[in-house]
Design a protein. Structure first.
Length: 256
């Protein structure tokens, strides 16, 4: 017997402005535990703005972002006692502590630090050295090339390797929800397929994924559900499989 989906993130009537410019208008969506949810839309639709607002880098002008948390003594000891946390009132580092990691567009690795040092920075909140070592080994298992390059400066890696490092660094915080912003940007098709295969593996291991991606076909192929964002508004939502067959989505985002 199937159980009801458990909501992990709830965005309600969200609006975000840059000065007088409204980037998001009345955006409502939810992400359930265990899903890959993708957000597709053209450049300038507001996709990156939404991710940056979820992770606390931007503040909404209206609406809210809510994170239901379980009754957990460890969370209570850290002051997280509310059953539903309003993320829009929390700082970025508090949001990371609650279980949300953000891989930004453009990767943004620390170029003058080694691969291993970048990963250690991702796990800066981890105080258990054995756990930290296990987390690094998990990253090396997911991304064997990072193990080979662990003493290499991150700035000397290829674009695909830097993307793997950015994802690995985010995973070091042991997120429940991983926000991915354009992970295929600027990468060769073979590397793109590898990145998407790894996203599936990360999800299969228990991490929920919210994926913003210009390559709509690839994103819809691996996602469970999807939202379509147009000029700051959600205009469609459905299962990814149905949206792959939707005539409007095909015409606007799938080349036919």
């Amino acid at each position: 017997m199937s159980s009801e989906p458990q909501t992990l993130l709830n965005v309600q009537n969200l609006a975000v402005q840059y000065g007088a410019i409204k980037a998001l208008h009345d955006v409502t969506l939810e992400i359930n535990r265990g899903e890959i949810v993708t957000l597709i839309g053209s450049n300038g639709a507001g996709k990156t703005t939404l991710l940056r607002t979820i992770s606390g880098l931007l503040r909404p002008s209206a609406g809210g972002i809510y994170w239901p948390i379980p009754d957990n003594p460890k969370l209570a000891a850290r002051g997280l006692t509310d059953p539903i946390v309003p993320l829009h009132e929390r700082s970025p580092h508090q949001i990371v502590r609650m279980g949300i990691s953000h891989v930004p567009e453009g990767r943004q690795v620390f170029a003058n630090l080694t691969v291993r040092e970048n990963l250690l920075l991702g796990g800066y909140q981890q105080t258990n050295k054995d756990q930290l070592r296990w987390d690094i080994e998990r990253c090396y298992r997911l991304f064997p090339v990072l193990a080979e390059r662990q003493t290499q400066m991150a700035g000397t890696l290829s674009g695909g390797e830097q993307q793997m490092l950015a994802i690995g660094r985010a995973l070091m915080a042991k997120p429940q929800l991983l926000l991915l912003d354009e992970p295929s940007l600027g990468l060769a098709p073979l590397i793109v397929r590898k990145i998407f295969q790894i996203i599936r593996e990360i999800n299969a291991e228990g991490t929920t994924v919210f994926l913003v991606e210009q390559n709509a076909h690839m994103a819809l192929t691996i996602a469970h559900r999807a939202y379509v964002l147009q000029t700051g508004h959600v205009i469609k939502t459905d299962t990814a499989a149905r949206l792959l067959e939707d005539p409007d989505v095909k015409k606007a985002y799938l080349g036919g």
